[in-house]
Write a protein that binds this ligand. Structure first.
Ligand code: ADP
Ligand code: MG
Length: 270
């Protein structure tokens, strides 16, 4: 096991013989006496797009946050790109990683939140070069070049100097997606990226995510957008009450759910 993994530029889709990007096994997490994750298993292959569906409070955000070190699990294991989260090899033992190493491991995972979370005092461009320059020590000129490319890619090449408050919610979220890409992540996590948007702005953000899926990025997306899941997901995972109830191809889980809990959830949100 390596202490760090190499980042890839644009990952290639469907590489069959590579190890999974994410391997989660029997992940448990409690807050106080409330067990929120009750043994989650999930493998995500390189280039795979996994959509997680589930009712509010079922533990979806907590699970994403465990993958990205924002939350510490109580039991189980998660590896991202072959590196076990929260641990490092010390001689022949696996010991808890320092906060510093956890921060470094986190760098290969890009995350997009419901509330955009852009730095309000920085322009779109500055938001994008902050992490590459500050954390990855990428030369500023190179970071700037890549940031402009990414803004172009999400359709905001002409808004590089705009501050978040000068952008619509949909534009802000596309900047947030570009910012997540600026660290050249091997994995992208989305936590209800369109839930805070006015309905007419949802489409442009979903289109950007669809583009990333087509480009072969490995993505885990928590969303209630069933149409997006049907079109873009390779696999849909339905979570309820801290467990994976049902998982499979979108057509199976969405259109022919086997479990009564999946059926009643889908009936409620359709
Ligand atoms: P979801 O994203 O599926 O809506 P969450 O993972 O946000 O679910 O939350 C699952 C449960 O864990 C909820 O009951 C929530 O109140 C609780 N929870 C989440 N984060 C915390 C926290 N930091 N402290 C205490 N309880 C929390
Ligand atoms: Mg949530």
């Amino acid at each position: 096991m390596k202490a760090e993994t190499a980042t890839t530029d644009v990952p290639t889709a469907g590489a069959g013989d590579q190890p999974p990007v994410v391997v989660a096994r029997d992940v448990h997490k409690s807050f106080g006496r409330v067990e929120v994750l009750k043994g989650i298993d999930l493998d995500v292959r390189r280039g795979e797009v996994v959509v997680i569906l589930g009712p509010s409070g079922s533990g979806k955000s907590t699970f994403l946050r465990c993958i990205n070190h924002l939350e510490e699990m109580d039991a189980g294991s998660i590896t991202v790109g072959g590196v076990q989260i929260g641990y490092q090899v010390h001689g022949d033992r696996l010991v808890r990683a320092s906060d510093r190493l956890a921060a470094r491991q986190r760098l290969t995972v890009g995350m997009v939140f419901q509330q955009f979370n852009l730095f309000g005092h920085m322009t779109a461009l500055e938001n994008l070069i902050e992490a590459p320059v500050g954390l990855h020590h990428v030369p500023r000129a190179a970071a700037r070049g890549r940031a402009l490319e990414l803004l172009e890619m999400v359709g905001l090449g002409d808004r590089a100097d705009a501050y978040p408050r000068q952008l619509s919610g949909g534009q802000q979220q596309r900047v947030a997606i570009a910012r997540a890409l600026a660290i050249q992540p091997e994995l992208l996590l989305f936590d209800e990226p369109t839930s805070a948007l006015d309905p007419e702005l949802v489409g442009e953000v979903l289109a950007t995510m669809r583009q990333l899926a087509d480009e072969g990025y490995t993505m885990i997306i928590v969303t209630h957008e069933i149409g997006f899941a049907r079109q873009a997901a390779d696999r849909v995972v339905f979570m309820d009450d801290g467990v994976v109830v049902e998982a499979g191809q979108p057509s199976a889980v969405i259109d022919a759910p086997q479990h009564p809990r999946t059926q009643s959830f889908l009936a409620r949100i359709h």
